[in-house]
Design a protein around this ligand. Structure first.
Ligand SMILES: [Zn+2]
Length: 58
C-alpha cells in the first residue's frame, strides 16, 4: 500500500484524499522523511496537532 500524504496549501491540513477535506484547496504531496515508521507517525501527529491548534486560534 502506498502512503502518499498531502498537505493543503491554504489551510495546512494533512490528508490522503485528492482534495482538502476542509477547504478543497490545492494540495502539496508530502514525502515522509527517512526515519523509522514510529518516528514518522509521531512527527506527523505532532504536526497535525500543532496545525490544528493554529487553525483553531485563527
Ligand atoms: Zn485546506
Amino acid at each position: 500500500m502506498k502512503m502518499r500524504m498531502r498537505k493543503c496549501k491554504p489551510c495546512g491540513a494533512y490528508t490522503m484524499n485528492d482534495k482538502c477535506p476542509n477547504c478543497s484547496g490545492d494540495l502539496n504531496v508530502v514525502y515522509p522523511p527517512k526515519y523509522s515508521i514510529e518516528d514518522r507517525y509521531g512527527k506527523y501527529r505532532r504536526k497535525l496537532k500543532e496545525e490544528a491548534n493554529i487553525i483553531k486560534n485563527k
